[in-house]
Design a protein around this ligand. Structure first.
Ligand SMILES: C[S@@+](CC[C@H](N)C(=O)[O-])C[C@H]1O[C@@H](n2cnc3c(N)ncnc32)[C@H](O)[C@@H]1O
Length: 263
């Protein structure tokens, strides 16, 4: 893959595979088992148990929010912005949700060669920031946007403009995305540079979720720490060091998901 951000899609993919194999009671996704041989070895080997769980935790929590949204709204759109090789359509597998995956053309073509397309899923090749994709979506339906592992690669101004564009185009919509603090971004950049120094650097962080929601002119519907459920469900199944780090990160609000009511 040519784009420096596109190459990062192997990081969360490796983590979802790891969780599926090691902690299936917490997260599992049968579809990705067939992608094992597509993941470069350096993405599988370097990460600790904590680092793998830090990446996989987002999908456990996001899936819960998507299911909640579908049960509240019935027929709706689930739009995965920067979908990479995320297979949430197979995990959700709900007849009521129309799932869209948007990513750069080189990623969508790699994806189509590597993965089946779910019957409720539409893939859109393009730049999510240019908003041309909105024409492909039924905009009068309630819509939940999900973007995991994507926003941090961009500058804050670009993300604020993007949320404003979503507000302009959709009437009944929510947005779920993962974020960390300024310090968390330094740690995340250090982690990614250990895997491959040519991978894209991260910039965007959220120091104060309420204030960020105000800047977007949105309501903060939910603030979820990454590890609340992992710590409950996995308890002593993880290493002591993993448990310690998860507790530290949750206590100091270092990694979280924001759910914004955008319109
Ligand atoms: C770290 S990966 C995350 C992939 C996926 N969301 C996941 O959780 O597995 C970042 C993704 O953002 C995509 N991306 C980067 N810039 C983009 C853009 N302008 N429009 C759409 N997708 C983009 C990359 O191609 C890549 O697939």
């Amino acid at each position: 893959m040519q784009n420096a951000i596109a190459k990062t899609l192997f990081i969360p993919l490796a983590a979802r595979l790891y969780a599926t194999q090691k902690f299936p009671e917490y997260f599992h996704d049968d579809v990705i088992l067939r992608l094992r041989e597509k993941i470069p070895e350096n993405f599988m080997k370097i990460s600790s148990e904590y680092e793998m769980l830090a990446s996989a935790a987002r999908y456990h929590e996001t899936d819960l929010m998507i299911r909640e949204f579908i049960s509240a709204h019935g027929v709706c759109n689930v739009v995965n912005l920067g979908c990479g090789l995320e297979t949430l359509a197979f995990r959700i597998d709900d007849g009521q949700a129309k799932v869209y995956g948007i990513d750069l053309p080189e990623v969508i073509s790699f994806r189509v060669d590597s993965l089946p397309v779910h019957k409720n899923e539409t893939l859109i090749a393009g730049d999510m920031f240019d908003m041309q994709w909105v024409e492909r979506i039924q905009r009068d339906l309630p819509t939940i946007f999900v973007s995991n592992g994507v926003f941090m690669y961009f500058e804050t101004a670009k993300i604020l403009n993007f949320v404003a564009d979503l507000k302009k185009n959709f009437n009944n919509a929510e947005l779920v995305f993962d974020a960390t603090t300024r310090w968390g971004i330094h740690c995340a950049n250090f982690y990614v540079s250990r895997i491959d120094k040519d991978l894209a650097k991260m910039h965007f962080f959220v120091q104060n979720p309420e204030e960020f929601a105000r800047r977007c002119d949105c309501k903060l519907a939910r603030f979820a720490h990454f590890f609340t459920t992992a710590r409950e469900m996995l308890r002593k199944k993880t290493k002591f060091s993993t448990r310690l780090l998860m507790a530290f990160v949750d206590t100091f609000d270092l990694a979280f998901l924001l759910r914004l009511k955008i319109s």
